[in-house]
Write a protein that binds this ligand. Structure first.
Ligand SMILES: [Zn+2]
Length: 290
């Protein structure tokens, strides 16, 4: 009898708890929209899913240029703040560090600051997410200069330790909705969840090899229409895999992540975020509904 109970208890026990901080890039406007869908609808859908799952203090990283390119999208940033979520800096025009000079890097950050300051109240907006996660790894001098600037201006780096390529699904989704191709949409949905499952396994393998444990992950997401559409299922998937949702601040404190986040510390190599299989999947879905 006792053995039966024990077996049942073991079967019901979730996998060892892992922590993850969800973070969203490209506010207020990311990628293509399906016909009739607004940026504000995407934001509201995303916020509602995060709130329903109890995800705390979700950072949204902004590109100020979008407020000019798509007038009225300040409503997205206001909705994000009204939900109690903080904003961070993602560069004014989303330029990769490898492709710009030092002066441009600085103005990319500075141009966003009045927006961040005016919307943030007392919350800490001095977190920088490098566009394209491009820290100029191949140019140590440029990388060092950017880190020195960030340190001098009180920024921390919103490093990424996990990504499943969520951004790649938003354009095909918009096309497939416009065509009314429900079979292709169903395939996209499954591929998105498969990609996330693979990422969960990859980060576990990589982290156990490097640290002998699974430190908190910092997950890269984007404020896209398909992301909003999939978010309730995605959050359920992470929960089913034993994840607890934590803040960026909390995840950044782990010794495994401190060196990625603090620009005053010696630069580290970035973490592996994908493998050949996930690359092939993203190439495949990019062809949908063309
Ligand atoms: Zn971005």
């Amino acid at each position: 009898m006792r053995a039966v109970f024990l077996a049942a208890a073991l079967a019901a026990a979730p996998a060892a708890a892992r922590d993850i901080a969800f973070t969203f890039d490209d506010l207020p406007a990311h990628s293509a929209l399906p016909p009739g869908v607004t940026r504000l609808q995407v934001a509201r859908e995303t916020i509602a899913a995060l709130k329903a799952a109890g995800v705390p203090q979700v950072y949204g990283f902004i590109n100020g240029v979008k407020l000019i390119q798509e007038p009225g999208t300040d409503a997205v940033l206001k909705a994000w703040r009204a939900a109690g979520f903080p904003l961070g800096n993602h560069g004014w025009a989303h330029l990769g560090l490898s492709k710009i000079d030092e002066g441009t890097f600085e103005s990319e950050l500075l141009q966003n600051q009045p927006i961040l300051r005016s919307l943030s109240g007392r919350t800490d907006w001095r977190w920088f997410r490098f566009p394209f996660l491009d820290e100029a790894y191949g140019d140590p001098a440029k990388r060092a200069a950017s880190r020195a600037w960030l340190a001098q201006h009180g920024y921390r780096i919103a490093a990424v330790t996990a990504s499943f390529g969520d951004y790649a699904f938003n354009e095909p989704y918009a096309r497939c909705v416009a065509k009314g191709d429900t079979a292709a949409i169903a395939e996209l949905e499954q591929a998105y969840l498969d990609a996330a499952s693979d990422s969960i396994r990859l980060s576990e393998t990589e982290e156990k090899a490097q640290f002998g444990r699974t430190p908190p992950d910092i997950l890269l997401m984007h404020l896209g229409a398909f992301d909003g559409h999939m978010l309730p299922r995605l959050l359920a998937l992470y929960k089913a895999n034993g994840f607890r949702f934590v803040t960026l601040e909390a995840a950044a404190k782990d010794p495994a992540n401190v060196g990625l986040v603090d620009p005053k510390l010696p630069p580290l190599a970035g973490r592996a975020l994908s493998d050949a299989q996930s690359g092939a999947r993203l190439q495949h879905i990019a062809t949908f509904c063309q």
